[in-house]
Ligand binder design. Structure first.
Ligand SMILES: Nc1ncnc2c1ncn2[C@@H]1O[C@H](COP(=O)(O)OP(=O)(O)OP(=O)(O)O)[C@@H](O)[C@H]1O
Length: 354
């Protein structure tokens, strides 16, 4: 539904001698229809610029952007204006018109597309019902809570029945409870309307609760990208570390400390109990949890395996778990993923194990 290739955007800092800032540095991105894709990254990573290039609020210096099969980067102004109706956008600070009521704010999006008055009234009522604000049509933004303001923003963004919704830190200004209710609404809209959502965020909760796919962005580039459950099993995944922080020592006297990740149905298997029973060993769990993510069930633990851990690692991998050392041995770039052998490949021969 969204296809970005080789996207690059630079800015010139203020002043005649301003240096060039590369905000987006060659990003490729494909968001499938109906997916919720989250781009995570620290401040200045380039997330907002990337998002604004998707609806061409910023014109990229290089690369292509296509939404719903239409290459926006190739359109003239008039055609681009029309194509933008198929892309809704919501903002961190809601961007509502303070002089208009809730209904007036939503109607505004229909006025600019030339929808007739009666049809507008009907559609506004429908949209407010969709976002759970039917009773507040005549309220002004100043009379609303943050969550209600964002609901107006969502209703307005959906006015022209877009297939794609862009979300720019939509929950960053909200408290955790309100964040949860807005995320539930977005997920509901995604499922009921088949809405494809591309969002940028720095909040892990957002990825946990609604994203099927994600990318981690740093210095204008994607350092990892794909379905969340795939990323969790990827060697050295930053997303895995941030979604499931393992706050525990990475060494244990006389034992091998490993980080184990399981996703999907494997996360339901009482893997650790079964490991202890089958090999007749005790396996201290130093940290970890199993959680229900939007992308599916996933679990991650830090374990202290007896001795060199080879038998236990073999067993865990044969059950579909991804196993990596808690501390990488010094001097080895990818010690647990020797070429030709994926670290999470079941049944890795024991001589390949550390
Ligand atoms: N209009 C602009 N003019 C000059 N530099 C800009 C402009 N917009 C963004 N930048 C620079 O581009 C880089 C990426 O900024 P961007 O806002 O896209 O990052 P971000 O990940 O969204 O961060 P934040 O969450 O703080 O907005 C930063 O170095 C920023 O200073």
């Amino acid at each position: 539904m969204i296809e970005i290739k080789g996207l690059r955007k630079t800015y010139r800092a203020e002043g005649r001698r301003g240096r060039e800032v590369v905000a987006v540095d060659g990003v490729d991105l494909a968001v499938a229809e109906g997916d919720v894709f989250g781009v995570l990254g620290r401040s200045g990573a380039g997330k907002s610029t990337l998002l604004r290039c998707v609806n061409m609020l910023e014109r990229p210096d290089a690369g292509t952007v296509a939404v719903g099969g239409v290459e926006l980067t190739a359109l003239n102004r008039r055609r681009l204006r029309l194509a933008r109706h198929g892309i809704g956008m919501i903002h961190q600070h809601f961007a509502l018109l303070s002089s208009r009521t809730v209904a007036g704010n939503v109607a505004f999006a229909l006025e600019v597309t030339g929808v007739a008055r009666d049809e507008r009234r009907e559609r506004v009522a429908e949209l407010l019902d969709l976002v759970g604000l039917s009773g507040r049509a005549d309220a002004y933004p100043a009379q609303l809570s943050g969550g209600q303001k964002q609901r107006v923003g969502i209703a307005r963004a959906l006015a022209a029945r877009p297939k794609v919704l862009l979300s720019d830190e939509a929950t960053s200004a909200l408290d955790p409870e309100t964040t949860e209710s807005i995320l539930r609404l977005l997920l509901d809209l995604n499922r009921r309307l088949g809405l494809t959502i591309l969002l940028i965020t720095h909040e892990m909760t957002v990825v946990k609760r609604i994203c099927g796919s994600a990318a981690v962005m740093r210095d204008g580039r994607f350092v990892e990208s794909g379905p969340v459950t795939d990323l969790l099993r990827r060697p050295g995944s930053e997303l895995a570390r941030d979604l499931f922080p393992l706050d525990a020592p990475d060494t244990f006297p006389g034992r091998t400390v490993v980080d184990v990740t399981v996703t999907g149905e494997d996360a339901e298997v009482p893997l650790l109990t079964e490991l202890g029973r089958s090999l007749e060993i005790d396996v201290p769990v130093l940290a970890g949890s199993v959680e229900t993510l939007a992308a599916g069930r996933a679990g991650r633990w830090r374990l202290a395996l007896p001795g060199d851990g080879a038998a236990a690692i073999h067993h865990l991998r044969s059950r579909g778990a991804y196993v990596a050392p808690a501390v990488e041995p010094p001097g080895a770039a990818e010690p647990w993923t020797p070429s030709g052998i994926a670290a999470d490949q079941p049944g890795v021969p024991s001589e390949e194990l550390p």
